[in-house]
Design a protein around this ligand. Structure first.
Ligand code: ADP
Ligand code: ADP
Length: 235
């Protein structure tokens, strides 16, 4: 089973009596180990697609399955459970809590969600996640003592600590200079090589190029869906 399966998915927003077709009949499967970049011009539906995949908003038409579970007509609690179980989010803004240490920022969602874990179990998960993004040596620092790139790595660790089936990443380098941006992309690359499934939205073609598979949207439709190998062959 694919981690994520969208079958003829459409999304229509209605606000103030005006309908906007944000996505039209999207078909997309993401498999374990994939690294997908979703790109396209502003307004093409990238954020909408990511929020549907992350169960942050409901689809208007079609079918969305995550790890084989059809998400249609599930109640909000069940959706939240599925989201906590399967999805790790990384946003452009790091959304770290300034008053908490790096360690506590990563531990906090685990304390809420994984009530079966002991204190030691949580500490082990946090240290593992911080090590994966090469920031374990800063566990006792506060976010404002870190560079932007380091803060984003902490946000990635926070997502990883929940051991999600897939990382959904929205413009991860949007708030970073190119040096820090490259460092964050290198970490995502390494995580994917180690088996993490990633779906990343970016408008920056340079960063999209890091992914193994390129999905391009235009006006709410999939214009192109190509693996890096295919692209190389086409040249
Ligand atoms: P992108 O992320 O590629 O810039 P979006 O997914 O944000 O594109 O937007 C796709 C389309 O849906 C755009 O036409 C946008 O104006 C519209 N849209 C996005 N969010 C909403 C919303 N909450 N209400 C109404 N229209 C929206
Ligand atoms: P790195 O890519 O390893 O983060 P940087 O040159 O960005 O290297 O940062 C070097 C050190 O300077 C960082 O480890 C961090 O402690 C500190 N630093 C960088 N930027 C900031 C900032 N905006 N605010 C506070 N400390 C910073």
């Amino acid at each position: 089973t694919p981690v994520i399966e969208l079958i003829n998915v459409s999304k229509v927003y209605v606000s103030g009596g005006v309908e906007t077709q944000a996505l039209s009949e999207i078909n997309l499967n993401v498999h374990k180990g994939d690294y997908v970049a979703i790109s396209g011009p502003s307004g093409c539906g990238k954020s909408t697609l990511l929020s549907l995949m992350g169960l942050l908003d409901d689809i208007t038409e079609g079918c969305y399955k995550i790890e084989g579970v059809d998400t249609q007509s599930l109640d909000l609690d069940t959706l939240a459970e599925l989201r906590n179980l399967h999805i790790g989010f990384i946003f452009q803004s790091f959304n770290l809590i300034d008053e908490l240490s790096v360690f506590d920022n990563v531990a906090l969602p685990l304390i809420y969600r994984e009530q079966s874990l002991s204190q030691q179990g949580i500490a082990d998960r946090v240290h593992k996640a911080l090590s994966q993004v090469e920031i374990a040596h800063r566990a006792d620092h506060k976010p404002n003592q870190l560079s932007g790139g380091q803060q984003q790595r902490v946000a990635i660790a926070r997502a990883l600590a929940g051991e999600p089936s897939i990382l959904l990443v929205d413009e991860p380098t949007g708030n970073l200079d190119s040096k820090n941006g490259d460092a964050v992309m290198a970490i995502l690359d390494k995580l994917n090589e180690q088996g993490t499934t990633i779906c990343m939205v970016t408008h920056d073609p340079r960063y999209a190029g890091y992914a193994k598979r390129q999905v391009k949207l235009l006006d709410g439709e999939v214009l192109q869906d190509q693996s890096a190998e295919q692209q190389a062959k086409d040249y």
